[in-house]
Design a protein around this ligand. Structure first.
Ligand code: FAD
Ligand code: SF4
Length: 509
């Protein structure tokens, strides 16, 4: 009798304890299935990068002596269903035990649990070993609280793991958080780091995906795909980032520019989310750079906060709020996405840049996702579930456990403020300050009313006016509501009329 172990497409960690020894009775299975390509409409690069990395991973396991069953998308034995493929293999081997690593997606977790209950053989879920916290940790920590402050969670983890600590309770530099120093616009200098990623020709794989009929969107870049294929490439990427990007990461973390699509961001989220990299090693390398004087504390703290803080925290929020998280819609917004979300063709220059780049690179950095695309989606009243599906499909790093709390909670405030202390929205003033997008835009960033007025301006004030019953009591919005109160009746009516006109022609902006 054999033991069958399932490896999912986002579990490409060659250092998992499963692989410490090779055993003749242990068989591994991986599969390229329509169930996983089709649960949302995916960017072509995401499909390609995951399948290419899976194929590379399986080759390495085979060479290390492990017994692998790999079902390609075009394999006639492939039923395209996770559980039907498992049924076939369990019978064929035969296997008396099925093991899987804890999936990170609620959808797959539920499917495998239910499937396990139907089996007559043992079915065991193993620790995925991929995070610093357990799934339920944030839920337990914040139980009964109305607001779940990331900062509280982050400080506990800093102490527990001794990250950037001087003593057991004192953070290095005497401060936990250097966020206030990390808000500069990028004037064009210092130069952004070169893109060191290796380009791969995945033309044949792309043909397989297309021939299988998988629907997709975005530029496939099949002959020059630059997302890492395996751990060694990802490690090379971290080292290059630490040398050249990290020293400036803090300063320009929130900046946006039409002259650089990634600025000083690491581009590591794909490698982290498919588990080629362990968050502990990325944190460790960043801290080491600080200790060796290669990067300033504000930059290193800012970077570590994203991984040790935000990444672990949103995962905890996801597991605490599922199922049902995706249905939250506190503002009752229902508008569909404008057609230009799929083409980038709009006269709103900031959105043309951020969406155009997302379609081209399968990537946008945090400020573009939050303060351009998400900002507009919230102000324009777009349906959070549709926005969520778009984000889940378009980004190379999008997996529901991390995408959903970021989109629905942080960006759209659809959970009513569990994650965010106030909605992340802005008028054109902020976008103009943090980017060069407004220069050369069809719209006038200073105008609020009129044909050429920047739509963000009227929509911003209209958003707060419309949602006053929900938001005006929020102490962090006191200033906004005081300013709103100072507007004359005529001004308010003009804003409301302008916003109605904008919303009525979103496709034509
Ligand atoms: C609306 C919205 C949707 C998002 N969807 C995703 C998603 O699907 N997948 C995803 O990995 N991140 C998501 N993020 C978080 C963040 O934008 C990306 O992690 C980041 O842009 C990835 O690029 P990078 O590797 O260059 O990150 P860097 O800016 O270099 O940051 C380093 C690492 O920190 C982690 N990180 C940073 N911010 C966050 C965050 N808010 N939540 C979790 N981890 C974070 C990532 O692992 C990232 O690789 C989303 C943010 C927003 C506002
Ligand atoms: S003027 Fe408005 S639409 Fe144009 S780039 Fe600036 S913020 Fe975006």
């Amino acid at each position: 009798m054999s033991r069958l172990r399932l490896i999912l497409g986002d579990q490409l960690n060659p250092r998992h304890s499963w692989f410490a020894e090779t055993r003749p009775d242990v068989h591994y299975v991986m599969m390229e299935i329509r169930q996983e390509t089709d649960y949302v409409l995916h960017h072509a690069q995401k499909l390609l990068a995951i399948f290419a990395a899976m194929r590379d991973f399986v080759g390495k396991l085979e060479r290390a002596g492990h017994r692998i069953h790999y079902l390609r998308i075009d394999d006639p034995r492939n039923t395209q269903s996770l559980t039907a493929n498992l049924d076939g293999l369990i019978a064929e081997l035969p296997a008396d035990r099925l093991e899987y690593q804890e999936p990170d997606e609620w959808r797959l977790d539920r499917q495998l649990r239910r499937y396990g209950e139907t089996l007559t053989i043992h079915c065991i879920s193993a620790d995925s070993e991929h995070f610093l916290t357990k799934r339920d940790e944030a839920g337990r920590l914040f139980e009964g609280r109305r607001q779940w402050l990331m900062e509280h969670f982050y400080r506990r983890l800093r102490q527990r793991h001794g990250v950037l600590m001087e003593t057991a309770s004192r953070p290095v530099g005497g401060r936990w958080n250097f966020d206030t120093e990390n808000r500069k616009a990028w004037p064009g200098q210092p130069a952004v780091p070169p893109d060191v990623r290796i380009q791969h020709d995945h033309g044949p794989l792309w043909k397989d995906i297309v021939a299988a009929g998988v629907r997709n969107f975005g530029d496939p870049r099949a002959e020059r795909l630059a997302w890492p294929l395996h751990r060694d490439e990802a490690l090379m990427q971290i080292d290059a980032f630490i040398d050249q990007g990290l020293p400036h990461f803090g300063d320009y973390q929130d900046a946006m520019s039409s002259r650089s699509w990634r600025l000083f961001h690491s581009l590591l989220s794909f490698a982290l989310n498919v588990k080629m990299l362990d968050p502990r090693e990325v944190i460790g390398k960043a801290e080491q750079a600080y200790r060796e004087g290669r990067a300033p504390l504000a930059a290193v703290e800012g970077f570590i906060r994203q991984i040790l803080g935000w990444r672990e925290y949103v995962r905890g929020v996801y597991w605490a709020r599922m199922p049902g998280h995706a249905e939250q819609n506190v503002f009752q917004h229902t508008r569909p996405l404008p057609a230009w979300f799929w083409t980038g063709e709009t006269r709103l220059r900031c959105l043309a840049q951020a969406i155009g780049q997302s379609l081209e690179q399968a990537y946008a950095h945090h400020s573009q996702r939050l303060m351009i695309i998400g900002n507009f989606a919230l102000l324009a009243g777009q349906d959070p579930a549709a926005v969520h599906r778009w984000y889940l499909g378009v980004y190379i790093d999008a997996f529901e456990w991390v995408e959903l709390p970021n989109t629905l909670g942080m960006s759209l405030y659809a959970d009513g403020g569990l994650l965010a202390t106030k909605p992340y929205v802005s008028s054109a003033a902020y976008i103009g300050r943090m980017s060069d997008y407004c220069k050369g835009c069809h719209y006038d960033r200073k105008a609020r009313i009129g044909e050429r007025a920047c739509p963000f301006n009227a929509l911003y004030w209209d958003f707060f006016a419309r949602h006053a019953p929900l938001l005006s009591g929020n102490p962090r919005l006191g200033m906004v509501y005081r300013q709103l109160a100072k507007l004359s009746k005529d001004d308010r009516e003009a804003i409301s009329g302008q916003s109605d006109r904008i919303r009525a022609r979103l496709d034509d902006l």
